[in-house]
Design a protein around this ligand. Structure first.
Ligand SMILES: Cc1cc2nc3c(=O)[nH]c(=O)nc-3n(C[C@H](O)[C@H](O)[C@H](O)COP(=O)(O)OP(=O)(O)OC[C@H]3O[C@@H](n4cnc5c(N)ncnc54)[C@H](O)[C@@H]3O)c2cc1C
Length: 463
């Protein structure tokens, strides 16, 4: 009997999974390829590896509950082809991915499949819009600005959301199921965040329901408030495909207070779209005039930023959140991104790398697109000063009660809110009274923002 493989990658779910849905009813072999190079490459992340293992465990349980199992193959794409030949596989279904790496890999697999007379069939499911590539301007060009893309994106018709299969064929006994790696195999303790969210479709679906039941309508008011946990925290589940963004979007209503959330989902589609049209963005600035220019090289400043020791509480709180939770609030990502690239003048790629090491939602398209955006070198351009934030005013505006700073920097627990933007302005007596000596218990600011701002504006003007 011939068989169909469903090759799971960044689509670790059974609900709204077009590639799985199309295979249900046939003899199906659900497969995950454990490619060691991906787990250990320069851009791997202990947090994401842990999230992956948890998601694979959960997927295996879900598949078992409908009569199947998850086959773990240890190896690269050649292992997949060898396995296919051995088990009379005539079709491999996969969910289309958009990063340059994935597209190159899939082109190579297609060639191997052609040589072995196996159909390699791609299905949508990664983005809200299936045919995102076709969203173009009137002159058939790719969009480089978000708002017109968003208008067009909003009008594109959507496919129906697909249910999880009720039953799948059993995996034959002759097929070795393979075991999942242990955490010790794939994650070093040094880069594991103690409070990171757990992976898996079951958790994703609970979290989605909770957000839609309780928080989506207030999202529009809360999304930038750092002290309120008002965003969905679904990004890691969307990155690993534990949740279908199409299913999530389908549950939103047309109410004005839900539009803000839908718009954020569109940003996700947009950055995947941008990488599809401009794959070289992974290596270089989208804006040509900034390519090859000299950024500041200063290991001490970079380390101060990475280690949450810049002397600006809002920046240091955000970097602490990243290390503790493997996640950071979007407003905080913008603040630390502006600080690294504009105040410190350091190459956005250093920020991109650090984020990729720690974020459980670390994603080539979203991370690269956002870093280029905040560094003012990417698509969707705006005058530099509009994305050059004053970290002290940002603290006052987006953490008005100081809850965010105090949550991540307990050294400030007794400091009045009015000093959290510029704690170095406290007198010696005040520092003694509030229990924090600047320069000893908490660093002096590593740069003066007013001067740094001036330097940054000149630097951008000169290029
Ligand atoms: C410098 C920088 C780096 C970033 N790196 C990543 C990354 O590696 N992976 C990642 O998923 N997001 C990244 N983002 C975007 C954004 O910060 C996160 O998606 C968001 O904070 C996730 O939290 P949430 O799920 O609660 O988002 P919500 O506010 O609840 O939004 C819902 C979903 O919309 C999508 N979304 C929201 N904002 C954006 C955005 N600006 N760009 C793209 N998609 C968005 C996400 O999938 C998110 O889960 C980055 C932003 C910045 C400024």
């Amino acid at each position: 009997m011939t068989k169909t493989i469903v090759w799971f990658r960044n689509d670790l779910r059974i609900h709204d999974h077009p590639a799985l849905h199309a295979a249900a009813g046939k003899d199906v072999l659900p497969v995950f390829l454990l490619d060691q190079t991906l787990l250990t490459s320069g851009r791997h992340s202990a947090n994401r590896n842990r999230f992956l293992i948890e998601s694979l465990k959960d997927l295996r349980e879900s598949l078992k509950s409908i009569g199947s199992n998850l086959i773990i193959l240890d190896g690269d794409v050649q292992t997949l082809i060898d396995f296919s030949k051995k088990h009379d596989v005539t079709k491999i279904h996969y969910s289309i991915d958009y990063t340059p790496y994935a597209r190159k890999r899939d082109a190579a697999v297609k060639q191997l499949c052609d040589d072995a007379s196996i159909d390699f069939v791609g299905y949508p499911g990664r983005l809200a819009v299936d045919s995102v590539k076709d969203i173009v301007t009137k002159s058939s060009q790719a969009y480089k600005v978000f708002t017109p893309f968003y208008r067009n994106w909003s009008e594109v018709s959507r496919r129906d959301v697909l249910p999880a299969p009720k039953q799948l064929s059993a995996v034959p006994q002759s097929v070795a199921i393979g075991s999942l790696p242990t955490l010790k195999d794939v994650a070093d303790d040094l880069h594991l965040s103690p409070d990171a969210a757990a992976g898996g479709e079951s958790t994703a679906r609970r979290r989605m329901k909770d957000f839609l039941d309780n928080d989506v309508t207030s999202y529009i008011n809360n999304q930038n408030d750092l002290g309120v946990d008002g965003t969905s925290r679904l990004s890691s589940y969307l990155h690993f495909g534990c949740l279908s963004v199409r299913e999530l979007e389908a549950q939103l209503t047309d109410a004005d207070n839900q539009a803000a959330f839908r718009r954020q989902l569109a940003w996700r589609d947009f950055y995947h779209y941008v990488l599809l049209h401009y794959p070289d963005n992974t290596k270089q600035e989208f804006q040509e005039r900034y390519r090859g220019r000299a950024w500041t090289e200063n290991e001490d400043l970079l380390k101060a930023w990475q280690d949450a020791k810049t002397g600006y509480p809002i920046v240091d709180a955000a970097m602490t959140q990243l290390h503790k939770e493997g996640w950071m609030h979007n407003r905080a990502r913008l603040i630390v991104g502006s600080f690294l690239t504009k105040d410190l003048g350091i190459d956005w790629r250093s920020g991109e790398d650090h984020f990729l090491r720690w974020l459980t939602d670390g994603d080539m398209a979203n991370n690269n697109g956002n870093w280029q955006w905040i560094a003012s070198v990417g698509v969707d351009p705006a005058p530099v000063f509009r994305r050059l934030y004053n970290p002290s005013s940002q603290q006052e505006k987006y953490d008005p009660d100081g809850n965010y700073v105090r949550r991540y920097l307990p050294v400030f627990k007794d400091v009045p809110t009015k000093y959290l933007g510029k704690p170095w302005e406290m007198t010696d007596d005040q520092q003694a009274e509030y229990g924090v000596q600047i320069g000893k218990d908490y660093p002096q600011p590593v740069v003066d923002h007013t001067q740094a701002r001036q330097r940054a504006l000149e630097w951008y003007r000169a290029n």
